[in-house]
Design a protein around this ligand. Sequence first.
Ligand code: PMP
Length: 429
Amino acid sequence: MNRSETLFEQAQQTIPGGVNSPVRAFKGVGGTPVFIDSADGAYLYDVDGKRYIDYVGSWGPMILGHNHDSIRNAVIEAAHKGLSFGAPTQSEVEMADLVCKLLPSVEQVRMVNSGTEATMSALRLARGFTGRDKFIKFEGCYHGHADCLLVKAGSGMLTFGEPTSPGVPADFAKHTLTADYNDLDSVKALFESNPGEIGAIILEPVAGNMNCIPPVEGFLEGLRALCDQHGALLIIDEVMTGFRVSLTGAHGHYGVTPDLVCLGKVIGGGMPVGAFGGRADVMAHLAPNGPVYQAGTLSGNPVAMAAGLAQLEVLQQPGLYDELTAKTEKLIHGIKAAADKHGVPMAINTVGGMFGFFFTEEQNITSFAQVSRCNMDHFKAFFHGMLDEGVNLAPSAFEAGFLSMAHSDEDIQATLDAADKVLANIAAA
Ligand code: PMP
């Protein structure tokens, strides 16, 4: 047994399933999860000393690569001044100013500690503001694990084939209406059958929890128009896409203005952080100024703020997102070329630093239904083949992949060489 296997056996005694977040357990792909010892730049190092080129990046936030000098130094400096005060600090004001400057749709922002808290709080605020309980989410989108959002959800929920969780009372789930991503008609139908009752639409502007599915032309604009027409708020969940797709978020990239935006891991630079913000008149309904309650002992934590500010500062370097996008395109088009060469059917999607590959004959993947039809055996074989070759991909066909600025041309070429070998084996099997 190697050390990962030993640790996983030990972990299962005292941690449910041996992991603290389900998708880490490799249930979707089989085998033993790799236990990580350290990370640097584009690489993860496991407890057995093996190196992997990493395309998970802690599920998105490590845009500059792991263990980036300026983020690490900012964290160390902040830690010298104390870990938590539960009182206002200058760094959280700087963070709020910067978020509002970079995202013009955000006039005010409240910090929280995770993406789950961000979406849960934004939704409560939208319901409190509109006085309406019902809201629309899309099948296959994941917005964290708050009760009413665990309905037809993506990410680990899809990996485990249980898109709606037991433990969510039917009374809580009944206000959650689900529509089909990239299908405006399915949204219109819900507004028509629930007149005056829908307070919000929440969505991922690029779906990253059912693999990677960008919005089709007109989809985001159509949702904006429907919200305006029916007096609902548009909540864009940028927990994954914010500052990954572009410096102005995916909504800036596509030119759509939400009423509320959810942010997460990226603005923490790897520390536990989330945020939600948007229109000042909506945010005015939040405690302590307004009646909608929301709070957090560790919210705006000074060490987390320092990490996030350091990352956001570097992300403002001119040309950075063009470079990140070019690297990502080079990788994903290279993987597709290798699949074509070996006759393994594959489709790809990519936006900014996010990418997805689909083992399917279909091209132009825009819907959850198409993702559900993909060849899971090919995915599992590819995932494990790549892992053996020292390439870490998300252990589920329902997750997007992420590149960082630390991935060099050589890293990308090494990944493509590995993909060529693994896809040849899949074709021969
Ligand atoms: N929203 C989206 C779009 C996400 O991708 C995630 C997590 N991957 C969340 C919300 C929940 O964030 P967290 O895991 O930090 O609670």
